[in-house]
Design a protein around this ligand. Structure first.
Ligand SMILES: [Zn+2]
Length: 59
């Protein structure tokens, strides 16, 4: 559904995802404009990218 939410490209897999939403494709929780490590994600962004590249689940 398209509404007035802001969307960002997931930093892990590139899927368009609502800001602060969990990516439907890879399960990364977007944290806004910075997508820094920590926040709601147990993995760091680097770990998440590696897991995605290996086809492993992101936590
Ligand atoms: Zn993603």
């Amino acid at each position: 559904m398209i509404n007035d939410e802001e969307y960002v490209h997931c930093p892990v897999c590139g899927t368009l995802t609502a800001v602060y939403d969990i990516c439907d494709h890879c399960n990364w929780q977007n944290t806004g404009e910075t997508n820094i490590d920590g926040g709601p994600n147990k993995m760091t962004l680097v770990e998440a990218k590696q897991a995605y590249a290996m086809g492993e689940p992101i936590k």
